[in-house]
Design a protein around this ligand. Structure first.
Ligand code: SAM
Length: 477
């Protein structure tokens, strides 16, 4: 711990222990928006299925000829991973074909965890203050909080790991406890557009606690986890990221945090639970719209339980009517999920538009479920290369994004980026410049300025500006 404190101190950080939260990462100097607070390579990581174990790409993959489980995109990635994969490969190769199929990424993460510990113990891989197994041992496991069913599942998974590793010194109980640690400490590794690529264990990043109004954001540059300040964080303040989707009512967020992380959030957003502002926000994000289409009021259950009353104009919406529309939406959503897998995009667009129509009748205009349907339509229309309609849907989501992802939220920046790219494609250069500028203002903070992703965005903005001035000068001539 002293060694870790020393390493953190040099970077303007310290670990404090708070009675209600346990370990917490605290600043010992001011941090400013966009500044990297901390970055860390994973202790261990695995890609999702069908991705390279080294760089997580999904192209040019070849399976390791010996174990037939792990994929690489080429010899560079394979060689870099060899010290660890040599041991994993030997272990996996001993499994019969059927057993190999049950080796999921989570099982592999555990196998790699123990193999890395072994290699560090044997001094094949170096040990540093910020890269050692003691940091994994210090992670919270919440073993006493998990239910019987989950414990049984962890024990079954631990049995498989034990079978693969064949290391008698490791007990099933210890492996099961580490699975419990993964559940509340491992991070999903995403690309710059926040699409999931894999899972990693970053024991120092895992010291950072949660807030629904975070002051920092976690992004990935390849496998490197990078935490940047989203706002000015004065010396002595705790560094806080969000563990869950913040576009949700307090009840939904609290439920997610309790189920996976076993705590009740007391951040400044959650502390308002039960107060008028919070009730209003929840009713807007997850509730119903007024019967009068011209009214933007939000609805609350009436005291006689006949239905929901608009808090702006007083109109009552019948419970039965709401139930019927909601059940139609549910039936259509189930159907579209089935048809999605058959891959007919035109059919999916048709069905999602029907869902959207019903959600517009049922939900508040700022509803998250309506926004999700519009996001889905945007995604499919992009795949269909219907840029014009895609842009229309992208623009529809923006007011909701501004509300649910305030400040420098990366998702808001990315949505502006998509909007800008579509406007640029459709020749709406002036609009594209505005959108790309907004994207740069946000993503410069969350993603830094020097990554290939940001360089590409800045290049697009430059090109759009050059085109606009060219258009202007040719008009003048
Ligand atoms: C990834 S760990 C964070 C570091 C942890 N505090 C520790 O001592 O190692 C996640 C766990 O920290 C605790 N935690 C995180 N954020 C919290 C918060 N805002 N309030 C209370 N507990 C929190 C919960 O126990 C949660 O399961």
């Amino acid at each position: 711990m002293e060694e870790l404190q020393g390493a953190l101190q040099a970077g303007g950080l310290t670990v404090s222990n708070f009675p209600d939260k346990g370990r917490s990462l605290v600043t010992t100097r001011d941090f400013y928006p966009g500044e990297v607070i901390i970055s860390q390579e994973p202790y261990v990581c695995v890609p999702n299925n069908s991705r390279c174990d080294g760089c997580f790409t999904d192209t040019n993959l070849k399976k390791c000829s010996a174990c037939q489980v792990v994929c690489y995109c080429g010899s560079v990635c394979q060689k870099l991973d060899w010290k660890l994969h040599r041991l994993e490969c030997q272990a996996l190769s001993k499994l019969d074909k059927e057993r190999r199929k049950s080796v999921t990424p989570t099982i592999r993460l555990m196998v790699k965890l123990y193999l890395r510990r072994k290699l560090q113990n044997e001094k094949v891989i170096s040990v540093t203050a910020t890269d050692n197994y003691n940091l994994v041992e210090a992670l919270v496991s919440h073993m006493l909080d998990i239910d019987e069913k989950q414990l049984v599942l962890y024990a079954q998974m631990a049995n498989l790991v034990n079978l693969i590793l064949q290391l008698p010194e490791i007990s099933i109980k210890e492996i099961a406890e580490n699975f419990s640690k993964f559940a509340c400490n491992a991070h999903t590794i995403c690309d710059s557009e926040l699409r999931p690529l894999g899972t990693g264990l970053y024991p120092i990043i895992s010291i950072i606690n949660h807030s629904c109004l975070p002051n920092a954001v976690l992004v990935f540059e390849g496998r490197l986890a990078v935490v940047r300040a989203m706002q000015h964080i004065p010396k002595g303040d705790e560094v806080l990221i969000s563990y869950v989707e913040t576009a949700a009512s307090s009840t939904t967020r609290q439920k997610a945090l309790k189920e996976q992380y076993f705590f009740s959030c007391t951040c400044s957003r959650c502390i308002q639970v039960g107060q008028y502002e919070d009730i209003e926000e929840s009713a807007i994000l997850e509730g119903y719209r007024c019967r009068d289409n011209g009214c933007s009021g939000f609805l609350l259950r009436d005291s006689d339980d006949k239905g929901f009353v608009c808090q702006q104009c007083g109109l009552l919406r019948d419970k039965e009517e709401i139930r019927n529309i909601a059940s139609d939406i549910k039936a259509m959503s189930d159907k579209v999920l089935k048809s999605n897998s058959s891959g007919n995009h035109q059919d999916s667009v048709f069905m999602y538009k029907n869902i959207e129509k019903l959600q517009k009748q049922l939900c508040h205009p700022f509803s998250i479920s309506l926004m999700r349907t519009q996001e889905k339509l945007l995604e499919i229309l992009m795949q269909l290369e219907d840029w014009k309609e895609a842009l229309a849907y992208c623009r529809l989501t923006l007011p909701v994004y501004q509300r649910v992802y305030p400040g420098s939220h990366p998702l808001l920046g990315l949505q502006y980026y998509t909007c800008g790219k579509l406007e640029w494609l459709l020749g709406e250069t002036d609009e594209a410049i505005k959108s790309l500028t907004k994207a740069v203002d946000i993503l410069r903070i969350t993603h830094g300025s020097n990554t290939p992703f940001m360089k590409e965005l800045l290049m697009k903005l430059q090109e759009a500006r050059a085109e606009a001035s060219y258009k202007l000068s040719s008009r003048d001539e």
